[in-house]
Design a protein around this ligand. Structure first.
Ligand code: SF4
Length: 445
């Protein structure tokens, strides 16, 4: 998945978003209510239980019946017993009940509903309902549209971004996305690609989740190039690209650039960060395949707390594995966003004092090996004081606009490079406070 959740200066083009997701979802909600509980409308009273069925919703892999009695009472979760589609009629769903605050006094009714559903939802009945469940899941009802498509005005002109979905073959703790968020579907993705080109974007970023999991990815790339995008960049972990011909197929479709997540030199540390065993080696092989196919590659290391102390090993790996290869742009180093799973913040958000110790050493090693270091002065990079505002890797030019997700705490007012610095990420400031900043007394040369 991409770690670049936020981009500078988003502008608003005329996107043709799904006209009305609720309208599209309504027939499937009704069909499910009819198939599972015999209801002909929604909401519908359940007088025998003294409750009302308000709605049928999807939450991750579960189908949910929302029950109320004046106020929300409970959510009945019907979960397929396997993540993948089971053979027809093989299994009925598991039934669980999440009781809402105050819903405990309906415990007897809820237990009666559970027993009734367990009898009524036979494997065959469940299987007959599955097409509507799958159709409902495929609608991106739970994801803000801005997460899917953006048009930003960058230094080199207008740039578009489309996320193909949020499924991923890794599960990085730092990720700001939920893996349960649904995707928009190929037709909608192609519509947004057209919208972005019509709005004047000349570069397109295809991101995710992990976009290489979408079988239609070569089609998106080819369509974008046919529409006139001068460049198409893939944000990826490159794991899939280790497979024969994958990278070459994308290059043949017109892929020009790849932005590849590579967070550590050590395979065990990397696999712990991505929570996907064995993927470090495949990412390296995927980068090889991209370079072999003539795609320009930028590597991106996110400084998470769990990998930070050994970040300075990464330049040597990049040099040994890819040094001198045509097409390697360099190593970008960025800070994580606030993780979707807030319980992981300790593992993810790096201590600014340790960043200020490790990052300059990492930069020094990279430059001594001829590995360009990128992005440190950009929206996703750390504050400039994290690396002494080293002018070899930062432009130190006045910035045009502030970023909503970065702020300047009061200490910045006495900093010599304030005008060139985007400031501190809000989640870092909330966690580490004053320790986030180390104002510079003089502008470095
Ligand atoms: S002290 Fe503030 S303005 Fe100066 S480099 Fe750090 S974050 Fe930026």
């Amino acid at each position: 998945m991409s770690t670049t959740s936020d981009r500078a200066r988003e502008v608003a083009p005329p996107f043709r978003d799904p006209s009305s997701l609720d309208a599209a979802a309504r027939p499937h909600r009704l069909a499910l209510a009819r198939a599972l509980v015999g209801a002909e409308e929604l909401p519908v009273a359940l007088p025998r239980f003294g409750l009302r069925l308000d709605d049928v919703q999807v939450d991750g892999a579960a189908l949910c019946l929302e029950l109320s009695a004046g106020a929300p009472v409970a959510r009945v979760r019907l979960s397929p017993r396997r993540r993948e589609l089971a053979p027809p009629s093989s299994e009925a769903p598991e039934i669980g009940i999440e009781v809402r605050p105050g819903g405990e006094r309906h415990a007897a009714a809820l237990e009666a509903i559970r027993a009734r559903l367990a009898r009524a939802i036979t494997p065959a009945r469940w299987e007959a309902a599955r097409p509507h469940f799958d159709a409902l899941r495929a609608l991106p009802l739970d994801v803000p549209m801005a997460y899917f498509r953006q048009l930003v005005s960058g230094v080199g002109g207008r740039e578009g971004l489309v996320r193909t979905g949020f499924a991923c073959n890794q599960d990085c703790g730092m990720c700001w996305q939920s893996r349960a968020w649904s995707g928009p579907g190929a037709a909608q993705i192609l519509t947004w690609v057209e919208d972005l080109r019509r709005a004047g974007a000349t570069r397109l970023i295809l991101s995710g989740g992990e976009p290489t999991l979408d079988a239609a990815l070569p089609e998106y790339v080819a369509r974008a190039r046919a529409l006139g995008f001068a460049a198409v960049t893939l944000e990826t972990n490159a794991v899939q690209l280790a497979k024969p011909e994958h990278a070459a197929r994308l290059a043949a479709a017109g892929l020009t650039d790849a932005f590849v997540s590579l967070h550590a030199a050590d395979a065990a540390i990397s696999d712990a960060i991505t929570r996907a065993r064995g993927t470090h080696a495949r990412t390296l092989a995927g980068v090889d395949a991209l370079l072999d196919a003539g795609v320009t590659v930028t590597l991106n290391a996110v400084m998470t707390a769990e990998g930070l102390l050994r970040l300075d090993e990464l330049p040597a790996l990049v040099h040994a594995r890819f040094g001198g290869r045509e097409g390697l742009r360099g190593l970008m180093v960025s800070l994580p966003t606030d993780p979707f799973d807030g319980a992981l913040r300790d593992r993810v958000l790096p201590d600014p004092a340790i960043v200020r110790e490790v990052l300059p050493r990492t930069i020094e090693r990279a430059l001594s090996l001829g590995v360009p270091v990128l992005g440190l002065d950009g929206p996703c990079g750390p504050p400039l004081c994290a690396f002494g505002a080293d002018p070899r890797v930062a432009r130190l030019e006045p910035l045009g606009e502030a970023l909503e997700f970065r702020v300047h705490p009061p200490a910045c007012d006495r900093c010599a490079v304030r005008s060139a610095c985007f400031g501190v990420r809000r989640e870092q400031l909330a966690r580490f406070g004053d320790a986030c900043t180390a104002p510079l007394a003089a502008r470095p040369r």
